[in-house]
Design a protein around this ligand. Structure first.
Ligand SMILES: *[C@@H]1O[C@H](CO)[C@@H](O)[C@H](O)[C@H]1NC(C)=O
Ligand SMILES: *[C@@H]1O[C@H](CO)[C@@H](O)[C@H](O)[C@H]1NC(C)=O
Ligand SMILES: *[C@@H]1O[C@H](CO)[C@@H](O)[C@H](O)[C@H]1NC(C)=O
Ligand SMILES: *[C@@H]1O[C@H](CO)[C@@H](O)[C@H](O)[C@H]1NC(C)=O
Length: 708
């Protein structure tokens, strides 16, 4: 030991010879570790060894505690020097796929699924995995042989064999068509035997797991086509057999022939008769011309024909319809005989005397065609039609009438008409050719048309004048109607009718027309059917004044009275009351309008209107008080001055548009001084003989005299 130590010094470094190196003393199967407290070193046996670490470290048998504990389930434990390892039992596999393993990385043994290897159980075998092993049994359709189920193919002799059903059985009325084999799952197919047809059930059979054929359930029945189908207009030749292959023959009835593609049908394996191709069609005998004889008409019937006679022919020795082979009947042409004679005509030609013959006539000499047809035809009824021709005597050219024209003519009749501007005056307008050959001429006269009434005018607002235009000395009847209307009086209507009968050429009729009215007047000449009209208007006349009773008053508020009767001018009329202060000589003009306001006049010397009253507001009687200080129709009825003298005048005014007419009457005198009124027309007043002043009332005068 010392030697070793020395060698160490020589080799490397100076060392203190008294320190013991523990690590140098460790057993080869030990390792040198630091002490847990950090003061010095210690030798410990390596993993897998047990001992003191210096003199002895011995291998440990880990498997001792049992493979199950140290290696896990389904393992085998193997001890090695200083360690151990594990392997899996047969039927198991380590999870890391290494043959040897140590479970400290989680490796363990798991069951192997042997059934993943196909064919392990042999043909028809079914593998079942067990924990660490497997077993076999047989699939459906297979059965175990030389053993029992379950079996192990490596251990037992047993194996699976497929089930065999053997040859399929025979089935009545059928034939085995095919079979895929005789073992389990094989399919056999049957068909019905010849002459048989499928009735019910399945036509296949299958080899079952029990080794038996299932079915077939098919039942085949013998084919029966029944009665063959009938076809129109034909008979069937058939031996009543309805088996497969039986035949039927069709034959067309008399009068029919087969236009189809065949005449035989047979019973097919499907149990049905073939569609018969026979087609029996009527024979058209009428295509043969002359079958019904001359004049006969053939008519085809279903399977036969018949004859009748054409128009112009009639049946003989029988009746229609007839059959030429069976009956004696035949057709004979119709005969009309000689054409008849026609008045004033000559037979020109005839094509014969039988049906359809044509005869032609012409007019006899001295005659001319008037109307109708000139031919005649022998009809189917055996009679000549017509002729409808009428011949008339010749009259020569159409007669002429003055101022007329011919509207229409046909050699024997002429229609005349007056030309424009003329009209017919009596007589007939037709000329006729007489049987003697001369014209009976129309008696019509054409006269120039002039208005029956002319020069209509109205004179003096009273009478209407006109001139008459007449064709003969006859008197004419006139009707005069007139209608009056007024714009200012909508309800107004003045209608009258007057008649007048006269031979005169200058006529006059005076009418009673109302004033201030528009009139429309019409005059009708009744026989000439002519009307003339004019319009006229009547003027506005002076209106009538009411009846007043002249009085004299001492009071300055006199009440006056008037009495009136209704007048047709009332709608455009009014009353004005005028006050006339009396001054020396004065002239009053009724047509002057008069002052509207008495106060505007300084000296009250001239007249003024003190009231205006619409006539519509006045009854048959009215009282009016002068100077009551009220307004009347916009005029101030001013009080009268005491001690003055006034005349009160009543003025009636009618006005329409620009025409104004008035008339005045002296109504009263209000006395302040003593004046005397005298009206020239009153002889009593004239007798007073006073100095006068004049008042003009309208166009006549009222004379007033002042007492001086
Ligand atoms: C068997 O029957 C089926 C229907 O049931 C049919 O389609 C098939 O054609 C039949 N086979 C024969 C060979 O008749
Ligand atoms: C001419 O017309 C008249 C009246 O329509 C008639 O009666 C007459 O038969 C006609 N004459 C001729 C020849 O057509
Ligand atoms: C008469 O007729 C004329 C024209 O239509 C019209 O202006 C006038 O007012 C009428 N006169 C009357 C009284 O109706
Ligand atoms: C008729 O009315 C017209 C205007 O419409 C006038 O000129 C004529 O004087 C009037 N005649 C009479 C008679 O009033």
């Amino acid at each position: 030991m010392i030697v070793v130590f020395l060698l160490c010094v020589v080799a490397g470094m100076p060392a203190s010879g008294h320190i013991l190196d523990v690590c140098a003393t460790c057993h080869p199967d030990a390792k040198c570790d630091d002490k847990p407290d950090g003061r010095g070193k210690v030798c410990n046996c390596k993993y897998g060894f047990v001992g003191n670490g210096i003199t002895f470290c011995q291998d440990k048998d880990e498997c001792q505690i049992g493979a199950m504990k140290i290696c896990g389930q389904h393992t085998k434990c193997h001890n090695t020097y200083g360690s151990y390892d594990c392997t899996c039992l047969s039927g198991y596999n380590p999870s890391n796929n290494m043959i040897i393993f140590i479970p400290n990385d989680g490796t363990h043994c798991q069951d192997i699924d042997e059934c993943r290897i196909t064919g392990l159980c042999g043909d028809g075998g079914r593998c079942r995995n067990l924990d660490g092993s497997f077993e076999c049994s047989c699939q459906v359709g297979y059965q175990v042989e030389d053993g029992t189920e379950p079996f192990h193919p490596h251990r037992d002799k047993a194996s699976c064999k497929v089930v065999d059903c053997g040859q399929p059985a025979l089935v009545e009325d059928t034939v085995l068509l095919s079979a895929t084999g005789t073992t389990y799952g094989s399919v056999a197919t049957w068909v019905c035997d010849e002459g048989f047809i499928w009735g019910s059930g399945h036509n296949t059979s299958v080899c079952g797991a029990d080794g038996l054929w299932s079915g077939p359930t098919m039942v085949c029945e013998e084919v029966d086509c029944g009665s063959p189908p009938a076809r129109p207009h034909s008979q069937m030749l058939w031996n009543k057999s309805s088996r497969v292959g039986s035949e039927v023959v069709y034959r067309c009835n008399s009068g029919y022939h087969n236009v189809g593609k065949g005449n035989v049908s047979s019973c097919t394996a499907a149990g049905q008769w073939e569609e018969p191709l026979v087609l029996c069609q009527d024979i058209d005998e009428c295509r043969i011309t002359g079958l019904c004889g001359d004049g006969g008409r053939c008519r085809n019937l279903d399977g036969s024909f018949e004859c009748s006679c054409q128009v112009g022919y009639q049946v003989e020795d029988g009746t229609e319809p007839f059959h030429p082979h069976r009956d004696k009947a035949s057709c004979k042409v119709v005969y009309c005989g000689q054409p008849a004679l026609v008045e004033d005509t000559v037979l020109l030609s005839a094509t014969g005397t039988t049906y359809g013959s044509v005869a032609t006539w012409v007019c006899d000499e001295g005659f001319i065609w008037g109307s109708g047809h000139n031919t005649s035809v022998c009809g189917a009824d055996g009679l000549w039609s017509g002729p409808t021709m009428v011949c008339e005597a010749k009259c020569g050219p159409v007669p002429f009438l003055a101022n007329s024209e011919v509207v229409w003519h046909n050699r024997s009749v002429v229609n005349h008409r007056c030309v424009d501007g003329y009209h017919s005056w009596r007589g007939s307008s037709v000329s006729v050719c007489g049987s003697s050959g001369t014209w009976q001429t129309a008696t019509l006269r054409c006269i120039e048309i002039k208005p029956a009434i002319s020069h209509v005018h109205f004179l003096n607002e009273k009478c209407v004048h006109w001139k008459a235009e007449k064709y003969e000395e006859d008197s004419e009847d006139y009707r005069v109607t007139y209608t009056g209307t007024r714009d200012y009086q909508r309800s107004f209507r003045d209608e009258m009718k007057q008649y007048l009968s006269s031979k005169a050429e200058e006529l006059k009729l005076c009418l009673h027309l109302l004033p201030a009215t528009n009139y429309s007047i019409s005059i009708t000449a009744l026989s000439a059917r002519f009307t003339a009209s004019i319009t006229t208007n009547t003027s506005v006349p002076e209106p009538p004044v009411p009846v007043v009773y002249y009085r004299e008053f001492e009071t300055p508020v006199p009440t006056l009275r008037l009495t009136r009767s209704a007048n047709s001018l009332d709608p455009i009329s009014l009353y004005q009351v005028l006050v006339l202060p009396v001054e020396d000589i004065m002239v009053f003009d009724c047509s002057s309008p008069g002052s509207t306001d008495p106060l505007s006049k300084n000296n009250f010397s001239s007249e003024y209107i003190t009231a205006q009253i619409l006539i519509g507001q006045v009854g048959t009687q009215m009282d009016f008080t002068v100077g009551d200080g009220l307004y009347y129709g916009g005029f101030y009825n001013a009080p009268l001055k005491k001690g003055r003298t006034y005349y009160i005048i009543l003025r009636a005014v009618s006005q329409w548009k620009t025409t104004l007419k008035s008339s005045c009457v002296l109504w009263a005198k209000v006395t302040g001084t003593s004046y005397v009124l005298m009206v020239s027309s009153l002889s009593a007043a004239a007798a007073v003989g006073l100095v006068a002043f004049a008042i003009l009332v309208g166009y006549s005068c009222i004379w007033l005299f002042k007492n001086t």
